[in-house]
Design a protein around this ligand. Structure first.
Ligand SMILES: [Zn+2]
Length: 417
């Protein structure tokens, strides 16, 4: 109900946003990946499942290409990787966890240059996304395949499509996958993602002894994330700041609200008192925290402002209060869903804190009408995190995972037919 037509309102404070939006149109497409020379081996295969989703992880001695194909009678999904051979602890088995889509898996040599993992389905399912990760922190390169429930019609359509594409049991190998389902639907309007690099100007945020500043780290990360999201062609993206500017928290929130953002994501890399605490985490605003917005609501003008474009302005105050309450609950729910989606994508490739979805009373997350999350990329107070935060490869990997998390959040927000 909140996905009404987005009118781009541009007061002075939104000048930066306009600049970001225009830049968004001109970004180049991501470059194609180069095929590796030697064939790696498959060194492990694991399948885990919940009723909503199954995840296949194939550990590889090096990055390689892969292909996906849906097969019927019995219903299966085959995942081929271009590999020399496999040597895995459990070449067949059942998924860990409570899965109801995948009954078992089997790893086999499909051809001299091809190792196949066959997932046997107990219910119609489809690949939501698949991607290869670089090795990191002692872990090997990996192919991650997420499988979600599908209707019988969707599954049949995927089988027909794959049969038409290959004609044989040897599907074409591609460097990247085309996710089935939602993302192929035409997107009427692009969602607006507002990225908020924390701090700026006189406010450096956290700072290390040798002068590395949080405000600089999060800005360069925000620019990377912006580029990724824009090149996906799926989002409009705006930054609250694109340079070393000081912004008050309210200004950051106002930017997102005025432009009716569909997601607000604030980026930080703070310090912690205990230097051993490390890893990324995603915060939503604490449900039980003192609601700063309540103070704002005392102002009738703001109250009208908040419901602009959503409710009729002549409504009785008590109706406005009820609507605002509903709106806030809905936004908190959506924020939580977004945080979970982001953590789910970060998890295979980035060090996370224990219980990585967290709640705290961050004022910058107070918008009642914009789902808002705050990502702590890591802690400047931890030496390992510090090293990661300064490393280009880690930044790229993390920005990739974050972009996927944002995409999958919007996938989950597509209304059911
Ligand atoms: Zn910070």
């Amino acid at each position: 109900m909140l996905k009404s037509i987005r009118l781009l309102v541009l007061p002075l404070v939104a000048a930066l946003l306009l600049a970001g939006g225009l830049q968004a149109q001109d970004a180049p497409a991501a470059p194609a990946e180069v095929a590796p020379v030697a064939l790696p081996n498959v060194i492990d295969v694991r399948v885990s499942a919940t009723p909503e989703r199954a995840r296949l992880i194939i550990d590889l001695a090096a990055k390689t290409e892969f292909a996906l194909v849906s097969l019927s009678e019995p219903d299966r999904i085959a995942i081929d990787v271009r590999a020399a051979t496999f040597s895995v602890p459990e070449p067949s088995g059942k998924p860990a966890g409570e899965g109801n889509m995948i009954s078992d898996y089997l790893v086999e040599q499909a051809a001299p240059d091809r190792v196949r993992t066959m997932l046997t389905l107990s219910a119609p399912a489809q690949v939501q996304q698949a991607y290869v990760l670089d090795p990191f922190e002692g872990q090997p390169a990996r192919l991650v395949v997420d499988v979600i429930p599908a209707t019988a019609e969707e599954f049949a359509a995927n089988v027909a499509r794959d049969a038409a594409a290959s004609g044989t049991a040897t599907p074409p190998v591609t460097a990247d996958s085309t996710p089935a389902g939602g993302s192929e639907l035409p997107i009427a309007t692009r969602p607006l993602v507002v990225i908020d690099p924390g701090h700026g100007g006189i406010d450096s945020g956290a700072e290390t002894a040798d002068g590395i500043k949080e405000k600089d780290i999060v800005l360069s990360f925000a620019l990377k994330l912006q580029e990724l999201l824009v090149s996906s062609g799926r989002f409009d993206v705006a930054l609250t700041r694109e340079d070393d500017t000081f912004l008050r928290l309210e200004e950051r929130v106002a930017l997102a609200r005025t432009n009716k953002a569909d997601l607000f994501i604030s980026l930080h890399a703070d310090s912690f008192q205990q230097p051993e605490i490390r890893g990324a985490s995603v915060y939503t605003r604490d449900e039980n925290a003192t609601d700063v917005l309540d103070k704002v609501l005392a102002d009738n003008e703001n109250k009208t402002d908040i419901i602009a474009g959503f409710a009729m302005p002549q409504m009785a105050p008590e109706v406005v209060d009820i609507l605002l309450d509903l709106m806030r609950r809905e936004m908190r729910h959506q924020s939580f869903v977004a945080a979970q989606a982001i953590v789910h994508q970060l998890e295979p490739s980035v060090e996370l804190r224990r219980f990585p979805v967290r709640q705290a009373d961050f004022l910058v997350l107070q918008a009642p009408d914009v789902p808002s999350v705050l990502l702590e990329l890591g802690f400047l107070s931890n030496a390992d995190d510090m090293a990661n935060l300064l490393q280009g490869e880690w930044q790229d990997r993390t920005a990739d995972a974050l972009a996927r998390g944002i995409s999958s959040y919007f996938d989950s927000m597509v209304p059911d037919e």
